[in-house]
Every structure is written in C-alpha cells, then in structure tokens.
Design a protein around this ligand. Structure first.
Ligand code: HEM
Length: 320
C-alpha cells in the first residue's frame, strides 16, 4: 500500500545525473597495502556527501557534484556487501587494428563544477583524508570547449537521455535488488592525432561521426554491411528491438605545448552490457573488420569499469 511504501527507507542515488559543467576532474586511484587503508576509505566514502556539501555551499551557482565509483576488485573489500550482478573488470576488446586496453582502478571520483577552483578544493580535501590509503593512477582535468565540442570539433553529448529517461537509462532498478539506485560506469581516456584528423575534409569527418560539424544535424545510417558511423555503431538495440541509451559526460583535455589532445570518455549505464556492446561494435566492427573510423585518430590509454553505488549505501559504510 501507499503508506507501507512511504515507510520504507528511500534509496537515494548519487548525483549521477548532474549536468555537464565548465570543468571536471577525473581521478582514478588504487588502494595501497597500508594497514589503515580500508578503514580510511570506508569512512571517507561514508562522509563523501558531507565533504561535497562543504564545497558546494561556497558557490551555489557552480553546480558542484561528485560521484564515486568502486572497481570490481575493490568492491568486496570496501563495501563487504553483495556484488552488483554485472560488475566485473573492464574486458580488453581486441579488434583487427585497434585495442581497447584494460587498466587498473579501484576508485573513480568524477568531480564537476562550473568553477575549476571548486573541483580543485574538493580534490584537495578528499586527498588529504585518503592520504596514504591510495595511489593515483590518473588524474585528468577536463574543460568545456565552446558549445560542448570535443577536440575533434564536433558537438559531443547530443543524443544523451533527458528528463525521466535519465534515471531509466542509468539507475539499476528492481532487476538487482542489492544494487538498486546505483550505476555502472566505464571510463576511457582517449588521445587524438589531431594532425591527421585535420587533414580530412569536413565531409569525411562528418561521415565518421554521423553528424554534421557546424550545425550538428544527424546523418542517415549507412546501408547494412557498409562502413557505419560512430553514431550508428554506438546505437544499441536488444533482441526485442528496444534501444538502450547511456549517459555520457565526456570532457576535452589537453595541452597544446605538449601536443596532447584528448577526450575523456565516461559513460553511465543501468546495464553494463550496453556499454560493452558499444565497445565491441566500435573496436571489432559491424560487420566485423569495419571498425569505428574515430579510432584511426583516437587511442584509448586507459579503460576501467566501476560501479557507483547509491548514496544510501555509501553513507552506511562507516559502520563496521
Ligand atoms: C555519439 C564523440 C567515444 C558512445 C557521439 C557523438 C560524438 C561523439 C561527437 C555525436 C553527438 C552525440 O550524440 O553526442 C566521441 C569521441 C569519443 C567517443 C570523440 C572518443 C574518442 C565513445 C565511446 C562510446 C561512445 C567509447 C561507448 C562505449 C556514444 C553514443 C553516442 C555517441 C552512445 C550516441 C549515439 C546515438 O544514439 O546517436 N560520440 N565518442 N562514444 N557516442 Fe561517442
């Protein structure tokens, strides 16, 4: 009944649906063998909501948000709770030409704000709590590039779900009771060969992406059996013809002086298999051998899978 429903403890998700911001930090850590590591991490994660509030209040217009993901290997150690049904390490995907590498990561912090200083301040406070419990695998600072473009020059994020489709696409629901309100996360840090990309004509680039460059109009899919665009390869249907969306919060990063130009891919999904199927289609190709041409100009340096549990689960981690 309604009244017994409302007496149930509500499951509060993390801020996985927070908007794209001007600035974002992607922090991937592994756990050290310090004897205090697990305890320190559990209490830091339990207090994460409070830590976020400390920083968010300092500019309420800055849309500060942080979500944390826990890697497959670290899940049991940190949560001591049942595993989300699909959670496993990122599987390497080897195509004929390009490989999606699998790299280590026990914790992912996805830190977002309209202001770089808020991301910095949160990360500073977080790292001082975690201290020698963690080792940094990678820290990438991303920025908004004009009208939400990636460094290939295309608007990135258009086909994301909006409104009620967001929780429906990214939050685990009744299908896995111990993981309810959580979300699978896959990250890949890509670097681009911009020199080579910029030798292509705009029409060639548009055919690779599947959208026009200036005004971001969707192009028709190629005929079956032909080279498909990135957009088509990343569109996933199940056996019943139902399309499954994911939420992407990609950010450009780089440094012109060192010649590093990249896209940090981050995808949130209710179903891990959907992102893995996208990677299969991109790297192996559909049909097999016709891989995503974006990969001829983009190389993933990392590839790691995490699960972002509900905020309620995080808050409970303090009790031993
Ligand atoms: C669409 C860029 C990697 C999944 C797009 C679009 C761009 C883009 C420009 C079209 C606009 C939009 O809908 O956002 C990139 C770049 C990548 C990258 C620069 C890295 C080099 C990936 C990866 C995945 C992925 C690794 C999944 C594993 C998608 C999906 C769409 C999309 C699901 C929307 C397809 C649709 O329904 O129209 N991407 N992408 N992308 N991408 Fe990527």
């Amino acid at each position: 009944t309604q009244s017994s429903m409302s007496r149930r403890v509500p499951i509060e998700p993390q801020r996985v649906d927070a908007p794209l911001t001007q600035s974002a930090t992607f922090l991937v850590l592994t756990i050290t063998d310090s004897p205090k590591a697990v305890k320190a991490i559990r209490s830091t994660l339990a207090g994460l909501d409070g830590l976020a509030k400390n920083v968010a209040i300092r500019d309420l217009n800055a849309s500060f948000a942080c979500t944390v993901g826990i890697g497959s290997k670290a899940w049991d150690l940190i949560t001591k709770l049942p595993r989300p049904a699909e959670l496993h390490p990122f599987p390497e995907v080897k195509g004929e030409v390009h490989t999606a590498v699998s790299t280590p990561g026990d914790l992912l912090f996805h830190i977002r704000a309209e202001r770089r200083d808020l991301c910095f301040e949160f990360e500073r406070q977080l790292m001082s709590l975690l201290d020698d419990s963690v080792k940094v695998v990678d820290e990438t600072v991303g920025f908004r590039y004009f009208d939400v473009r990636d460094l290939l020059g295309f608007v990135d994020g258009t086909a994301n779900p909006v409104g009620p489709a967001v929780p429906a696409s990214i939050l685990v629901a009744e299908e896995d009771s111990s993981a309810v309100g959580g979300s699978y996360i896959v990250i890949q840090k890509y670097v681009h060969n911009l020199k080579a990309w910029n030798t292509l004509k705009a029409e060639q680039q548009e055919a690779i992406i599947g959208r026009t460059k200036i005004d971001n109009m969707e192009l028709d899919d190629a005929d079956p059996g032909q080279q498909q665009s990135h957009k088509s390869l990343a569109t996933i249907e199940d056996e019943d013809g139902v399309e499954h969306d994911i939420l992407r919060d990609n950010m450009p990063f780089g440094s012109a002086s060192s010649g590093e130009f990249g896209t940090y891919f981050i995808g949130y999904s209710r179903r891990l298999w959907v992102i893995e199927k996208m990677l299969q289609r991109m790297f192996v190709g559909e049909p097999r051998g016709l891989h995503d041409r974006i990969l001829d100009f983009s190389t993933p340096l990392t590839g790691t899978t995490f699960f972002a549990p509900s905020a309620s689960l995080l808050a409970s981690l303090d009790s031993d």
